[in-house]
Design a protein. Sequence first.
Length: 403
Amino acid sequence: MGEIDKKGVELLKNETITLIEDALKNRFKTTGKVIPIQFIKLSGVLSKNSKVLMLDGLVELKVTAINNGSVKVKVLKGGTIYSYKGVNIPGVNLGLPVITKKDILDLKFGLKLGVDFIAQSFVGSGKDLVELKGLIKKFSPQSNVLVMAKVERKEAVKNIKSIIREADAVMVARGDLGIELEPVKVPIIQKEIVKMCLTEGKPVIVATQMLDSMIKYPKPTRAEVSDVANAVIDHADAVMLSGETAFGRYPTEAVKMMRQIIEETENSIYDDLTEDYFKEKKLPVTKAVSESVFQLVKDTGAKAIVAATDSGYTARMVARFRPETKIIVLVNQKKVEQQLTLSWGIYPVMMPVCRNLDELVAKAIFLVKKQRLVKKGDKIIIVTGQPVGRSQNMNLVKVHTIE
C-alpha cells in the first residue's frame, strides 16, 4: 500500500472505493476514497470478482470494475488501514521479484547507516538469501551485517530447510502466513520452524498480532497472553510487537505487558528445555561441546557461563540449550555485541582481543568478579576455541572455581 492519511483510512462494509497505481495517484481525480497500491499494474493482475486482502486479511475487498491504472472495489469486511501495509491478492502470481528496486535502495541506505540485520520480506527459498548476500557484498564488501529471512509465504514453508541454512536469523511472520495457508496450520508451522532454528543455533523471532487488541484497548485478551507465553515455551529467541507500538493507542502498556508475560513464563518449569529435545546423532564438535556445557551447568551448579567469541557463533551454539544460568559473552567488535542481543539469554560484553588462553581466562574471571556475578567458591564455565581468536572454533571448555 502507498501513503495515505497518517490517521489511517476507515473502510466501511458495502462502500465502494478506488484502488489506484501509486505512480498515478497525483494525476487521478475522483470523488470518494482512493487507496494507492505500490509496485503492481492493477489492471494486469486483477480481474472482476478478484479478492484483495489488507490488514493481514481482516479487511476484504472484491473487484467490481477495472479501468486503466485503477480498479473499483466493494468492501466486504471493513476496518481501518494504514500507509505502507501489505496487500494480499490470493491465488494470483504478481510476477514481482523478491528483491525490488526499492529494496535495493533501502539496502544501500541501511548499509550506509551500519545496521545490524537486513530482514528480507517474502523469501521463497534459500536462493533469495544468496542473492541478497551477493548484493550486500557488492555494495559493502567489508560489511558483517547479518541476514534475516521473513517466513510469510507458502513457498517459504516448503523450502524452509534451505532458508534456515542460508539465513543468519529467521522471523515467523504469522500475519501473511495465515493468509497464504489455512490459519489452523500456522501454530504447528511456527513450532516446527522455531525448533529447526534452535537446532542450528540461529535466532528466531515470532511476530505479528501477538497483542493485537492492545492497538485499541489497554489490556490484551487472555488468548493473546497465552499466544505470547506459548512462543516463549516454544523457545523462540524473541517475540515482536508491530501494530501495537507502530500506531496503537497503548504502545508503552503493550511493551510492559509483553515483558511481564515473558518473565512469568520463563520463571515456570514449562520453559525448560528437556534433555531429549534435540534428537541429533553424530554431533559435530561444536554442537557436542555446547551440549557438554549444558550438562556441566546442571552437574556443577555453575553460576555463569563465560564464552569468548569472534563472530557470535560460539555464543549462539551455547545458548541453543537454554542453560539455567547467565551466558556472558566476551566480544571485541561492537557490531557482534549488538547482533548478539537478539539471541536468548546472552549478555554480550566488549573486551580487547586476548593473545592466548591464559589471558582470556584471567580476564573472564576478572569480569565476572567485577560484575558481582560470583563469589568465592562458585564455579564458572569458560568456553572458547584454541587457538584463541579463530572464528567458529569452539573446542575448549574449562570449569573454574573462583578463589
